[in-house]
Design a protein around this ligand. Structure first.
Ligand SMILES: CC(C)(COP(=O)(O)OP(=O)(O)OC[C@H]1O[C@@H](n2cnc3c(N)ncnc32)[C@H](O)[C@@H]1OP(=O)(O)O)[C@@H](O)C(=O)NCCC(=O)NCCSC(=O)C[C@H](O)C(=O)O
Ligand SMILES: [Mg+2]
Length: 281
């Protein structure tokens, strides 16, 4: 949500989104950067965002605004800062130094966006820059422009780029969020892309308007059937272990310890989703 839009910042308190990205970058014009910083500081000072994680997207350090964004946002109450258009590890290390100088609390993470060809090629080097990194957000709008590719329904033109980033995220223990879908009139297209994004391994989808939240949550959030199955997997494996068996079958499907880990992840996601849903309209 643009930091220059106080109504959007206010609205965030009632939206069923896991993460709110308050933007100082491309959705804010240069003349409104300071007003946007002030809006975000005021909104976070007021609080009321509940269990939602708050991230502030700063401008890149090679712009006139990036360093000042970090100075002003490091201790504003956000959970993380988000560096756009990241192309090297050095930028993230400089951003982390600035965050610490500006009094960022120990729990504050730095996330980064990959949205250029150099970022894709160097994603692994970037992901290894620090253990204070929280996750990757894909910038598919910028990436489309940079690759000169077309936005096809099957997204084959992005397969290498997005697939590479997903592998890097998992290798480095980072969350990974897919880029935004830009056509707010194409509900069916958006739902199909969310499903593809889930199948490819993304943790979630960047959203630009509240009307898309329900579809994203239905796609990425565990369904009642997923939750039920996760509980049954955990108890089936516990029963097998009690009999000194390392594997068992549930409805004809193999269950091993790895499935238990995944089942626990599903239950943790469901718990968080329920907490946010209870705080949303
Ligand atoms: C597109 C919009 C300008 C539309 O806003 P608006 O005219 O207010 O739409 P509605 O009247 O339909 O809004 C209904 C209510 O929802 C609130 N709203 C709208 N958008 C947001 C939002 N983004 N966050 C929070 N709340 C929002 C309105 O205030 C209305 O509430 P109410 O008053 O109760 O009726 C707007 O949606 C918008 O600006 N969207 C784009 C935001 C954006 O550009 N973000 C940057 C992400 S894009 C990106 O990062 C690309 C990336 O870098 C890449 O390269 O891929
Ligand atoms: Mg971008």
């Amino acid at each position: 949500m643009p930091g220059s839009n106080p109504r959007a910042l206010e609205k965030g308190r009632s939206l069923a989104a896991d993460i709110l990205i308050m933007d100082l970058e491309d959705s804010v014009t240069p003349d409104k950067k300071q007003a946007a910083r002030d809006n975000i500081k005021a909104a976070l000072g007021e609080g009321g965002y509940g269990a939602r994680e708050i991230m502030v997207r700063v401008n890149h350090l090679d712009t006139d605004h990036g360093a000042e964004d970090i100075r002003q946002m490091a201790a504003c109450g956000a959970d993380a800062l988000l560096m756009p258009k990241t192309e090297d590890a050095a930028t993230l290390r400089s951003a982390l130094d600035l965050m610490m100088e500006a009094g960022a609390p120990d729990h504050m993470k730095l996330w980064f966006m990959i949205e250029t060809p150099k970022g894709i090629l160097r994603a692994e080097e970037i992901a290894g820059a620090s253990d204070r990194l929280g996750g990757i957000v894909l910038g598919t709008a910028d990436l489309t422009k940079e690759l000169h590719c077309l936005k096809t329904a099957d997204r084959l033109p992005y397969l290498y780029s997005l697939g590479h980033c997903i592998v890097v995220a998992r290798a480095y223990g980072l969350a990974i969020i897919d880029g935004p879908f830009e056509d707010l009139n194409d509900d069916a297209g958006f739902a199909a892309i969310c499903q593809q994004s889930l199948e490819w391994g993304f943790d979630g989808k960047s959203l630009i308007h509240p009307k898309t939240i329900a579809t994203a949550n239905e796609t990425f959030g565990p369904s009642p059937a997923d939750i039920e199955r996760a509980k049954r997997v955990i108890s089936a494996f516990a029963e097998a272990e009690a009999k000194s068996q390392g594997v068992t079958l549930l409805d004809g499907q193999l269950v091993e310890r790895l499935h238990v880990e995944d089942a626990r992840r599903v239950l943790a996601l469901a718990e968080k989703a329920a907490e946010i849903a209870a705080q949303s309209e």
